[in-house]
Design a protein around this ligand. Structure first.
Ligand code: ATP
Ligand code: MG
Length: 568
């Protein structure tokens, strides 16, 4: 294509809400355009081209794995969401509206209900299973903080797939196949990524994995082991049981006057003991459906930090909120002196697994200025869960080496779902004995538009984008330095024609602009390779440029066609 004929409105101006390289360069390169409010974007010709290329890699690999593409109605009847029980639960990210007849609808933020509805109407028998159906379509989530451009939009492009099976074993087989397929997709896109254990929400189970594109700008903290393959989202990470070298404090039980000792640090100094032997009690307000809420105490060792997603899942809440001193007082709790063992009636307590059988512990007395020593959890019945946020330096649960944190961008998520949707929505099949059974499901997502941002987060320099081979808007850019120079134009046109005929996707910069401006645009747009036809043509030379590192090489003009074919 000819640059002079394309709509590529590059600009030097950085959008003022943009902090990430991908956000800045996708806008400055004229790939996308922000629409009025936040989190909405138009894709301009170049952006659309990249999006389509990424989409086709996704589609190609899914189709090879036996998945079938469909396209579901974006506008979804609210009744389907009522059937699944999510209409209430989903919260404000779900955009709800009514039509002129007062029927309620939602804009699909994800399409489990819609796909189950499709399948329940068209599948009757075990003979029609398994099935893996997907679409690559718009999603809408009224995100509270849309930001970072395509990374967290409100309207975005997602590949969402759903599989249907006669048994859990068969669903697990498909889950593994999707893991392999996703690996192929991200590898083809040239991404450095890691597959990690993920939080499965209140549904529980171990069957959820995320595909994290490694980048410092990622919003997710992931815990990784360098000695083995272990990796997990901090929300799901576990560690080898922690031990404490320091001896336990004397076990005499008693009530000790501890004025102004309201933090773990102060308490540890007061008792001259390791925080391992102190009980940390964190109060939160758990939020449930229909506006219901309650105060919950989460207790763990003083040396550990509470992981809020784990805590939220432990009480099957929709969310946890912080609590004010006022609310604590109302609940009969004394800030700084709370305890899981001395609790006002009616307050829910959740204990961390590490407290099971713990002894010689020091905890609050739920009385101002007092702590209890020699507390034992031995034989104590309670609601035990894993509540701990794994720290750097904790030990790998698989191999015992040291764990570290890194940052990732969630680009995909695969999930063993079971019958969570098929049961309430009545998606059943007749088994070999003619008995109706709920279908066992898996669900698999990829953030297709987010991938554009992820690719640039991983592949850019201070000048602009560096697209990977299978995501690039063009294979090669030819830059004619001076459009008034007939010789340069002739070579440019000839090379352009020959390369196109050989099947290459080429952008010919035939604009009247200054050479410097054209080079700046080349660096900003990030096509992997370029041929620069400039002054040196008088000596029979042109320049072959590799965008990554801006490595330049002089090539005799008569050899340039062969050189490009060989290098690109
Ligand atoms: P996140 O934790 O980033 O909010 P999620 O867990 O809510 O994502 P899923 O419901 O698993 O996301 O959606 C599948 C995929 O869709 C995600 O892995 C992600 O790549 C993409 N995605 C989710 N929300 C957005 C968004 N607001 N903008 C762009 N892509 C998104
Ligand atoms: Mg997710």
């Amino acid at each position: 294509m000819r640059f002079s004929r394309l709509l590529i409105p590059t600009t030097k101006e950085t959008p003022n809400d943009a902090t990430l390289a991908s956000h800045i360069f996708l806008i400055r390169g004229g790939f996308i355009q922000s629409v009025g409010g936040s989190g909405l974007y138009n894709f301009l010709p170049l952006g659309k081209k990249v999006l389509d290329r990424v989409r086709s890699v996704v589609k190609d690999e899914l189709d090879k794995a036996g998945c079938q593409e469909v396209s579901l109605s974006f506008v979804t009847p609210a009744s389907l969401w009522e059937e699944s029980g999510r209409y209430e639960k989903y919260g404000k990210e779900l955009l709800r509206f009514k039509d002129r007849k007062n029927n309620e609808f939602v804009l699909g933020p994800t399409h489990e209900e819609m796909m189950v509805n499709l399948v329940r109407q068209s599948v009757r028998s075990y003979k029609q299973l398994p099935l893996n159906l997907y679409q690559i379509n718009l999603k809408f989530r009224d995100e509270i903080r849309p930001r970072f451009g395509l990374m967290r939009g409100r309207e975005f492009l997602m590949k969402d797939g759903y599989s249907f099976h006669t048994s859990s074993e068969d669903m697990k087989r498909e889950f593994d196949l999707m893991e392999e397929t996703y690996k192929k997709i991200f590898t083809r896109l040239g991404l450095e990524f890691r597959v990690v254990e993920a939080d499965s929400g209140a549904i529980g189970g171990s069957g959820s994995k995320e595909f994290m594109v490694l980048a410092d700008s990622g919003e997710d903290t992931i815990v990784v082991c360098d000695a083995c393959d272990y990796g997990a989202n901090i929300e799901a990470a576990v560690r080898k049981e922690k031990v404490c070298e320091v001896e336990a404090p004397e076990a005499l039980s008693g009530k000790i006057h501890t004025p102004d000792t309201t933090t773990i640090e102060a308490l540890s100094a007061f008792f001259k003991t390791d925080p391992f032997y102190l009980v940390k009690t964190v109060a939160k307000r758990a939020l449930y459906d229909e506006g219901k809420s309650e105060v919950v105490l989460f207790a763990l060792r003083g040396s550990d930090e509470l992981q809020e997603v784990k805590a939220c899942n432990a009480v099957h809440a929709n969310d946890l909120a912080d609590i004010t001193e006022e609310e604590l007082k109302e609940a009969g709790l004394i800030a700084g002196y709370m305890s899981p063992t001395a609790v006002p009636e009616g307050i829910k307590v959740v204990l961390d697994n590490n407290l099971k059988e713990a002894s010689s512990m020091i905890c609050g007395a739920n009385e101002k200025d007092y702590h209890l020593t020699g507390s034992s959890f031995s034989g104590l019945q309670g609601d035990y869960h894993d509540l701990v946020a794994v720290q750097e330096g904790d030990l790998c649960p698989c191999c015992g080496s040291s764990l570290r944190y890194t940052k990732g961008i969630e680009a995909g998520h695969i999930f063993q779902l079971g019958t969570q949707y098929s049961e309430p929505l009545g998606a059943t099949f007749l088994d070999e004995n003619g008995k109706a059974q709920p279908m066992v499901m898996g669900t698999y997502g990829i953030g297709v538009s987010r991938l554009l941002a992820a690719i640039i987060e991983q592949n850019h320099d201070e000048k602009g984008c560096i697209w990977t081979r299978e995501s690039a808007p063009f294979d090669l850019q030819i830059i004619i330095s001076n459009i008034k120079d007939g010789e340069q134009v002739a070579l440019g046109e000839k090379l352009y024609g020959k390369l196109k005929a050989s099947g290459m996707d080429v952008l010919l910069d035939d604009r009247k602009d200054r050479f410097g401006a054209k080079m700046k645009d080349y660096e900003l747009l990030g096509v992997p390779y370029a041929v620069v036809i400039g002054k040196k043509l008088q000596d029979g030379l042109v320049e072959f440029v590799r965008r990554e590192g801006l490595v330049k090489e002089e090539v005799p003009a008569e050899d340039i066609f062969d050189a490009v074919i060989q290098k690109v």
